[in-house]
Design a protein around this ligand. Structure first.
Ligand code: ADP
Ligand code: MG
Length: 619
């Protein structure tokens, strides 16, 4: 029989390989971004049109390629990243197979522009379906621009298999997230059909996460850090209460490469056990560093799966590290982790229907009396763990003696100030009947008055109280500061540090004490008494963004912005349960305010319903 084995022509071999490397536009995005990173780029731009079907372009400012390398880069198994087999065991580049460009060029129209800093002119190379169409020397920027057009133009079956532009864009965005998260010190931008989707400055891990997923993310993050001989773990987990119905923000990086690992995922989920509801998923951004020779990333062409030498040890270390972080940052009460039924308590409590808090009526209550000996609340005062260490009572620590003063000051005002009769009456009437309260739908505090009832919006009321307090602190300069046991070092991007410096004096006045301020970190040694340590990052973040929105400089408006932001961020929210003592304290504080009728944001704080109105409803 005649010999029948033939060698496949290169372009056919490349097309077959392409099937493995390029499943969809997102795969091209991944390969091109990784090449740009391997080229040492410090700024990378991604441009996509129609979900990547029409165009995927990656522009970098990396080392670029010589004329010969430019041409060679499209050959199969052409790589600058390994020389010998042993190199495979000490890899610190993303690519090494030398397959990506050859595969992409086999199934698309590719235009590459590239230049090293040593060259005068760069190379412009056009390839369509593995065929070089043109190669020219031209004036181009240093670095490389790779434009991939009409993906799968020569494989209609694959092209038809692609999903809608939206779905493909979703996959591309996922890929972009992964790469951007792994490399916070590289600046990235991402455009889709000429709209800027992301513009990420060079920063650090925390800031990168926040820039990608929004300012709100900052308050959710709990740092994770551990160093053992086997592995270094860094990164963040989301607080358990932010667990989501959908899996979403779950990221593992090993040696700065995104990986999927159901096994390690299980270790994380296991550490959260009992802290999150069934069918919800914890968020995490975990960066593992291991000896490159202890892993094998070669087992899958798209390289998101990794084989570890010692998976069991890794599992155990990861699980205990996360448990430790959850405990240390007061995310859960410090309890014995072995007693799992204890961990369920907060949720068991959460699932209970709305329960009327006990109402205690103090007939002899006098709001103007100095309130020195606040009795400890006997009612079950169980605030959910969302609040961390910021307990309602904590808000009043150090203020107790001042509470009295405020009331006294106000009672003097009553006599000396000219106040219209109606306000005077209303205020006095409200103040003297605030001793019996109950909470409605964890949103309102209801209390009775001589002529009816008052329904108070708890969040707005507390905003008003805090706002006046902060304003007073700023103007009277009598803030109470709480010294931190260990100074807190927070990272910010340079522009944020600039804003912080501008508002630093006002921040000092409300109780923040700063240590060293570097170009991208600040040290905090003291915080206002009502700000808990875990909230500092979030509060400062909010202050910076609010100050950036408004024009800073003008001292009056600046203090006003600060007071408003702090009030908004720290006030109790709708949905928070308050025990009756806290309710009463809030009501009393509210009516000791100058402008108790409206919130700092000009919203009504309470409504009154008179007995008359109630009676009418019974007719
Ligand atoms: P691999 O990344 O596995 O080496 P690729 O096919 O992705 O294989 O790339 C082939 C080679 O082309 C790389 O090894 C590198 O030398 C060069 N190259 C690709 N993209 C770039 C880029 N953006 N900047 C500089 N060189 C690049
Ligand atoms: Mg590559």
């Amino acid at each position: 029989m005649a010999d029948i084995i033939k060698l496949l022509p290169d372009h056919v071999a490349n097309q077959i390989a392409a099937g493995e490397v390029v499943q969809r536009p997102a795969s091209v995005v991944k390969e091109l971004l990784e090449n740009a990173i391997d080229a040492g780029a410090s700024t990378i731009m991604l441009v996509v049109k129609d979900g990547g079907k029409v165009l995927i372009q990656v522009v970098d400012d990396g080392v670029g390629m010589s004329e010969t390398d430019a041409r060679l880069s499209f050959e199969r198994h052409a790589t600058s990243k390994i020389n010998k087999a042993e190199d495979l065991f000490s890899l610190n580049t993303k690519g090494f197979r030398g397959e990506a460009l050859a595969s992409i060029a086999a199934i698309a129209h590719v235009e590459m522009q590239t230049k090293t800093s040593k060259q005068e002119l760069g190379t412009v190379l056009k390839i369509e379906g593995s065929k070089v169409v043109s190669q020219d020397l031209e004036v181009v920027a240093n670095g490389t621009s790779m434009a991939v057009k009409n993906l799968f133009f020569n494989i209609p079956a694959r092209r038809n298999f692609l999903k809608s532009n939206q779905v493909e864009l979703r996959h591309i965005t996922d890929e972009f997230h992964r790469v951007a998260l792994a490399h916070p010190t590289i600046a990235f931008s991402f455009y889709n059909n000429d709209n800027e989707l992301f513009n990420l400055p060079k920063s650090n891990y925390r800031q990168r996460i926040v820039n990608l997923f929004g300012t709100k993310t900052n308050e959710k993050l709990v740092p994770v850090k551990e160093e053992t001989q086997v592995v270094k773990i860094a990164g963040f987990i989301n607080k358990p209460e932010f667990a989501k119905k959908s899996r979403g923000e779950q990221f593992f990086f090993v040696n700065n490469r995104f990986i999927k690992s159901p096994y390690l995922h299980h270790a994380v989920v296991n550490a959260f056990e009992g802290l999150i509801k069934a069918n919800t998923h914890p968020g995490y951004f975990l960066y593992l560093e291991v000896d490159p020779s202890s892993i094998d990333i070669n087992i899958h062409p798209t390289k998101t799966e990794v084989k570890f030498d010692d998976e069991h040890t890794l599992y155990a270390i990861l699980r205990s590290t996360i448990k430790h972080s959850l405990g240390q940052f007061n995310v859960v009460a410090p309890i014995d982790f072995n007693q799992d039924q204890n961990l369920e308590t907060p949720y068991a409590f959460k699932n209970k229907g709305a329960e009327l808090p006990k109402v205690s009526v103090d007939a002899g209550f006098n709001p103007f009396q100095e309130n020195k000996s606040k009795p400890k609340s006997v009612s079950s005062y169980q605030r959910e763990s969302t609040l961390g260490s910021k307990s309602w009572e904590g808000l009043y620590v150090g203020l107790e003696s001042k509470l009295g003063q405020v009331s006294t000051a106000n009672s003097i005002e009553f006599e000396s100030d000219v106040i219209t009769g109606s306000i005077f009456d209303e205020k006095q009437e409200l103040a003297s009947y605030a001793s019996s309260t109950f909470q409605l739908r964890r949103k309102y505090i209801v209390t009775t008055t001589k002529s009816g009832m008052v329904v108070i919006d708890q969040s707005r009321a507390h905003q008003r109280v805090l706002y006046e307090k902060f304003l007073k602190n700023i103007t009277v300069k009598e803030a109470v500061s709480q010294q931190l046991l260990f100074p807190l070092v927070l990272s910010f991007i340079a522009t944020d540090i600039q804003v912080l410096k501008e508002i630093k004096d006002s921040l000092n006045m409300i109780g923040f004490v700063f240590g060293k301020i570097e170009s991208d970190t600040i040290e905090i040694t003291g915080v206002p008494i009502m700000v808990s340590e875990t909230e500092v990052g979030m509060v400062l973040e909010q202050l910076i963004s609010d100050c950036q929105m408004k024009v800073t400089g003008d001292n009056f408006s600046q203090t006003d912005i600060l007071a408003k932001t702090l009030a908004k961020t720290l006030a109790v929210k709708t949905g928070e349960q308050l025990d009756s003592q806290s309710q009463q304290a809030l009501v009393n504080d509210l009516f000791a305010c100058k402008e108790f009728k409206i919130s700092p944001f000009n919203k009504k704080v309470y409504i009154m319903i008179t007995e008359n109105e109630i009676e009418k409803k019974f007719i």
